[in-house]
Each structure stands twice: as C-alpha cells, then as structure tokens.
Write a protein that binds this ligand. Structure first.
Ligand code: FEO
Length: 172
C-alpha cells in the first residue's frame, strides 16, 4: 500500500510529466510554423515520450491501489528565439525533472517504499539519457553556429527520429 505522502508525490510527478509534454508540444508547433519540420518532429516525439512517462506513473499508482489525481496543466511558453534557445531550455528543463525524480527517490527511501524505489530506477536512467541527448543537440547547433546549411543538415537529421513506446510502458 502506498503512503499518502508517496501517492501525493507521484501525482505531482504525473502533472510535471504532462507539463513537459505540453512544453515540447509547444516547441513542436513553434518550429513547424517556421518550416523547420525536422526539429518540429523531434519535439513532437519528445511530447509523446513525456505522455508515456505520465502514463507509466499513472499505471504504477493504479497497480498499487493508489488514486490518480490529474491537476491542471500550467501554461507553457509559445515561442523560442532559435533552435539553440529551445534546446537549451530543453536541457534546463530536463535537469529540473532529474531533480524531481531524485526527490521522489528520497521520498521512497524515507517511506521505506522499496517497490516505488525500484520503479524509479528506470526514470533515473531515462533522465541520464534525456540530458545527454539534449546536450548532444546543443553541441551540434553550436558547432554549425549561424550556418544555414548546417542548420538544414541538423533539421534533416532530427526528422529521422521516430517514436518507440518505452519498454517500461509496453511491459505493463
Ligand atoms: Fe519525462 Fe523528459 O522526462
């Protein structure tokens, strides 16, 4: 049985994951409007991944007899100055999410909730990947600087990203 404290913390994380999804959907729309289809595609897949993260938490809460409480999703920004600005925001945001996951790990430890602590391992690893991926794209964007050809190549590369449902979700 989940403690009230753990349940509240997990519900807060569900909201944070949906906020992340909303943020990336907004980025996707912004770059689609500017004709950068590959970057838009990358953020659109990121949007789907964040929805999956929220679902994994929802399914987990339900599997432990918990209650899912969906709170309102706060407003997100609507435009970014450049692809670099958007990916820098992405990295900064993912670092915040990492801190949230770490916070959940601390609650699980305090509550001696070993099942939740075990569930969170997947998210701890996922955050390492999230930060590394965003940093990699920032590095590429900085490398091409203001080169239109460079940006075109990166946009083309990001167009190739496809959505694969996380194993953690499909296993449930
Ligand atoms: Fe759900 Fe991007 O972390």
């Amino acid at each position: 049985m989940l403690s009230e404290k753990m349940q509240k913390a997990l519900n807060a994380q569900i909201n944070a994951e949906f906020w992340s999804a909303y943020l990336y959907l907004s980025m996707s729309a912004d770059f689609a409007a500017r004709g950068m289809k590959g970057i838009s595609n990358w953020f659109s897949i990121q949007f789907q991944e964040e929805q999956a993260h929220a679902r994994i938490f929802m399914n987990y809460l339900l599997s432990r007899g918990g209650r899912v409480e969906l709170a309102p999703i706060n407003e997100v920004p609507a435009s970014w100055d450049s692809p670099l600005a958007a990916f820098e925001d992405t990295l900064a945001h993912e670092k915040k999410v990492t801190a949230l996951i770490d916070g959940l790990c601390r609650v699980a430890e305090e509550e001696k909730d070993f099942a939740t602590a075990n569930k969170l391992v997947w998210f701890v690893n996922e955050q390492v990947e999230e930060e590394e991926t965003a940093q990699g794209i920032i590095d590429s964007l900085k490398m091409v600087d203001d080169s239109k050809l460079g940006l075109y190549m990166i946009d083309k590369e990001l167009a190739a990203r496809t959505y694969v449902a996380p194993a953690e979700l499909t296993a449930e």
